[in-house]
Design a binder for this molecule. Structure first.
Ligand SMILES: *[C@@H]1O[C@H](CO)[C@@H](O)[C@H](O)[C@H]1NC(C)=O
Ligand SMILES: *[C@@H]1O[C@H](CO)[C@@H](O)[C@H](O)[C@H]1NC(C)=O
Ligand SMILES: *[C@@H]1O[C@H](CO)[C@@H](O)[C@H](O)[C@H]1NC(C)=O
Ligand SMILES: *[C@@H]1O[C@H](CO)[C@@H](O)[C@H](O)[C@H]1NC(C)=O
Ligand SMILES: *[C@@H]1O[C@H](CO)[C@@H](O)[C@H](O)[C@H]1NC(C)=O
Ligand SMILES: *[C@@H]1O[C@H](CO)[C@@H](O)[C@H](O)[C@H]1NC(C)=O
Ligand SMILES: *[C@@H]1O[C@H](CO)[C@@H](O)[C@H](O)[C@H]1NC(C)=O
Length: 424
């Protein structure tokens, strides 16, 4: 059976989505150029949160689906799992499968319309991994009926690093130099409203000592987490040594040794491998150029896949994120890493490449992500949790691709007005 995906917004409205890639910031299009084309207006009007009864639906509990039951949503929360007031909005859940709303742990959304696109795929929470313009970023917060939005501030990028070269418009006085007061830099990010602090570990990035100082500042002064970009073996060793909370990406230039993997596990760090963006990068010649992947170098997709598998087998917590950026221009050629769809691809990667069961893959984008990103109000279908839900037409435990077979979704009890439908 051939299945295709209809991308309602992008196909119907032909709106460009341009962003800054995380792994290697935009070389061709600068952020300023990109922003000119962005429309920050919502395309959908938010609907009201109504008391809702999802009747006779099978509910995912983290390992299996229940027998049909009635889930009641009120005031943005799940209030009952066994019935609802008769005056509620009734949803027929017969033959449907209810999972928690999906949490995207690594993305680069640039505007409200991208947030609409990602929400149309059952994503109810996103983590934005770099925020140059806090006014723009904060316009994505508190949009009823759209995914809730957590963000970093300006990533700590070293002077002379690849990320500096590929983001030439970034003001030089916001880069990290050997004599930068990184405590103060970290304080600025939190005072400007960051939910967590982002560090970019790489050659000529912040030193290990600077990384440690930033992690300690975030922890001791703000009780907040740090996320460290690390896509090489060297950067992974620094990220482990810095005691950062979430290690982002996966090395593709070699194989992680057992002691680094043990250290990451024993220090209770988690990993968001973003295998998705490596898959995209290695199959698209435009992105290969953009990501600086040279044939014959020590970098390969196989290394990225093997490392993800080794971390999982070594007992490290793995969380689902994609590094999606939407569409971007690389020297005038368009490349796309779409929002939303890619989170489903990452779950497929977790099953097909990493070796997770479908239930574990779903948890990596729901309850496990909520626990490790410290958003305990969501991630599971229980009384008292936020009513962030996705109702599927087919069972994702039989085939993880069925997470794309979305009938309806709710964000804090508000029904999402646009859903990207799988057509068969
Ligand atoms: C609910 O949906 C099922 C399956 O499509 C259908 O058989 C049933 O008649 C529906 N129930 C109501 C009350 O509409
Ligand atoms: C930041 O974004 C806001 C809202 O999109 C925009 O009005 C403003 O010009 C931007 N600031 C800079 C410095 O680009
Ligand atoms: C760095 O900044 C912090 C706070 O902003 C300040 O307390 C500290 O003295 C500064 N360190 C140095 C070496 O200037
Ligand atoms: C916000 O960040 C900028 C640097 O990016 C800094 O100059 C400014 O002082 C920060 N604001 C606060 C309140 O810390
Ligand atoms: C891969 O090659 C690069 C460039 O020569 C080098 O810097 C890096 O250390 C190598 N990676 C490993 C794991 O040896
Ligand atoms: C973009 O074009 C410039 C000039 O032709 C070239 O030096 C550079 O390598 C290109 N960058 C990418 C990522 O294609
Ligand atoms: C899962 O579903 C996808 C999409 O429909 C299909 O291509 C794939 O073959 C299915 N896998 C299995 C194991 O049935």
């Amino acid at each position: 059976m051939q299945k295709t995906y209809i991308r309602l917004f992008l196909l119907a409205l032909q709106l460009p989505e341009i962003a800054t890639a995380c792994l290697f910031h935009a070389a061709g299009a600068t952020e300023v150029d990109a922003y000119k084309t962005i429309n920050n207006e919502r395309r959908s009007l938010p609907t009201e949160a109504e008391r809702t009864a999802i009747q006779d639906v099978r509910v995912f509990d983290g390992s299996k689906f229940s027998l049909p039951q009635t889930v009641c949503l009120d005031g943005g929360y799940i209030v009952n799992l066994n019935g609802c007031h008769t005056s509620s909005e009734m949803i027929n859940g017969t033959g449907k499968f209810l999972i928690p709303g999906l949490i995207e742990s690594h993305t680069h959304l640039n505007d409200v319309q991208s947030l609409e696109s990602i929400t149309s795929y059952g994503v109810t929470t996103v983590h934005q991994m770099n925020c140059r313009n806090t006014t723009r970023c904060d316009s994505m917060k508190n949009q009823p009926g759209l995914a809730s939005f957590f963000r970093a501030g300006m990533s700590a990028v070293g002077s002379g690093s690849m990320h500096e070269k590929q983001d030439p418009t970034r003001p030089k006085d916001t880069l990290i130099y050997p004599d930068t007061n990184v405590t103060q830099f970290t304080e600025w990010q939190f005072r400007n409203g960051s939910d967590f602090h982002k560090i970019t570990a790489e050659a000529n990035g912040p030193s290990l000592e600077q990384q440690i100082e930033m992690v300690q500042t975030a922890h001791s002064q703000y009780q907040r987490q740090t996320m460290t970009h690390a896509s090489s073996i060297m950067a992974y060793q620094q990220a482990a040594g810095s005691l950062t909370d979430g290690i982002q990406h996966i090395p593709d230039d070699g194989i992680l040794d057992a002691s680094t993997i043990r250290k990451i596990r024993d220090q209770n760090q988690f990993v968001t491998p973003t295998l998705n963006v490596f898959e995209y990068a290695y199959k698209d010649p435009v992105l290969q150029l953009f990501f600086g992947i040279e044939p014959g170098s020590n970098r390969s997709l196989e290394n990225a896949e093997t490392n993800s598998r080794l971390l999982y087998q070594g007992g490290v917590t793995i969380v689902a994120g994609t590094d999606a950026v939407g569409s971007m221009s690389v020297n005038g050629t368009e490349a796309t890493v779409p929002f939303g769809l890619t989170l489903h691809y990452e779950l497929q990667n977790f099953v097909n490449i990493v070796g997770m069961s479908p239930a574990e893959a779903i948890n990596a984008a729901t309850r496990v992500a909520a626990k490790w990103q410290r958003i305990p109000d969501r991630g599971s279908i229980e009384v008292g949790k936020r009513a962030d839900l996705v109702m599927l037409n087919s069972n994702p435990l039989l085939n993880i691709s069925n997470t794309l077979d979305i009938e309806k979704s709710w964000v804090a009890g508000v029904e999402v007005s646009y859903i990207t439908k799988l057509s068969t």
